[in-house]
Design a protein around this ligand. Structure first.
Ligand code: GLY
Length: 399
């Protein structure tokens, strides 16, 4: 019997849908399996603010991640334009840069270090005084001490992106299967499709696991191919104002605690995000929201006047080295596209291209693929199921 599909993607978040869309564009018969593609409330793609900010989010020791982020940011304008053409959806992609600001003298010292680091890497980032920051963003508090403008950083509305991907996949003839995967179909040790909770299965030449935070604990998968991916909770608030409060994305440190504010084209403002290691817990807590508001108000006092439209907690797919896992596993026919942690939206176009470059035809992509090969963890133990060991609660972004 011939395979029903060339490719089955497990997971309908921004990564899975992007991989599927690229493959459908290459003429492959594609299916995406997800009980709630693009709309699962606890998935990272649905909660995400949409910062495309490899420069302002750069940290020491994470230069490989920066390389991936810059390569994907470069792809975003063409990816967005193509997706808009294919779907008819506007993605609210903006490229006005990210302003990183400092509140206390300790934050300013950290910002100076970051500015020196970005300069040493030749990145496009400009150090600004507090007054220069307020000239760019008049709603910033007088107490903001200084900042750094990462002029190339951008942002996008992730919910528009996933809705557009679903529409484009439909137009490209891909199949969406609203079901849960309960295992792999295998033949002589190779993946040949997936089993479905609703009964039956889908045969395919290749399976890509792109199930975000759930990728490390998918039912029915051979333990040796389960990636060491764990959920990292992020709480987010969405606010609305009649007039735009900010012209660009603002990230800030308030005595070492980080917060970001991402404006939406419709007057919305997204505040994020906590970073908590609590397994699959997705409760929105008073403490989480209080921390977000406490720090956001120090930087932009006017936020407390705004209407709250949504509070949400999503689960990022964290990996042991903060790099994604993209590419073939030790099982023939089974690839991964997961572990994107804080950068799933940013890294979606690159991930889709990496998956499409399986033969290594593009040497630039092949080089980047080496950074995120799942084989670096081959033989690693799967992550400990939540609740079976000590819980580390890291309440805010500690990087
Ligand atoms: N990229 C921002 C976050 O994960 O909170």
């Amino acid at each position: 019997m011939p395979d029903l599909f060339d490719l089955v993607v497990v997971g309908g978040g921004v990564i899975g849908l992007s991989v599927a869309w690229r493959a459908a564009g290459r003429g492959l018969r594609v299916a995406v399996v997800d009980p709630a593609p693009a709309t699962s409330r606890t998935a990272a793609s649905y909660a995400a603010a949409g910062m495309l900010a490899p420069v302002s989010e750069v940290t020491y020791t994470e230069e490989p991640l920066l390389r991936l982020g810059l390569a994907s940011l470069e792809r975003w304008p063409a990816f967005a334009a193509e997706l808009t053409r294919a779907s008819g959806h506007d993605l609210d992609l903006r490229a006005d840069g990210t302003l990183d600001v400092a509140f206390g003298s300790d934050d300013l010292a950290a910002l100076d270090d970051l500015a020196a680091f970005t300069a040493s890497l030749g990145l496009p980032a400009e150090r600004l005084t507090g007054r220069e920051c307020r000239r760019l963003e008049p709603m910033l508090a007088p107490s903001v001490r200084g900042g750094m403008l990462a002029g190339g950083d951008s942002w996008v509305d992730p919910r528009r992106v996933t809705a557009a991907l679903l529409a484009a996949l439909g137009r490209a003839g891909a199949t969406l299967v609203p079901d849960r995967v309960t295992g792999l179909l295998t033949d002589s040790g190779a993946a040949r499709g997936v089993r479905l909770a609703g009964g039956g299965g889908l045969s395919a030449g290749r399976v890509v696991l792109a199930a975000g935070a759930w990728s490390g604990s998918l039912e029915g998968m051979p333990p040796e191919v389960l990636p060491p991916v764990r959920p990292v909770k992020g709480q987010i608030m969405r606010l609305r104002s009649p007039e735009p409060v900010l012209g660009r994305c603002v990230r800030g440190a308030v005595h070492g605690s980080h917060v970001y504010l991402v404006p939406r084209g419709d007057g919305g403002l997204v505040l994020g995000a906590t970073q908590e290691e609590l397994g699959f817990d997705t409760r929105v807590t008073a403490g989480g929201l209080w921390e977000l508001l406490r720090d956001a108000r120090e930087l932009v006092p006017g936020v407390t006047e705004l209407e709250v439209t949504e509070t949400i907690a999503g689960l990022r797919p964290g990996s042991p080295d903060n790099l994604p896992l993209v590419g073939p596993t030790i099982m023939p026919g089974l690839d991964l596209a997961t572990g994107h942690h804080r950068g799933g939206v940013l890294l979606a176009p690159l991930t889709a291209d990496l998956c499409a470059n399986g033969d290594g035809a593009d040497p630039v992509l092949a080089d980047l693929a080496g950074l995120c090969s799942p084989l670096r963890f081959a033989g690693a133990a799967p992550p400990r199921p939540p609740g079976t060991g000590p819980v580390e609660n890291t309440p805010r972004e500690q990087r």
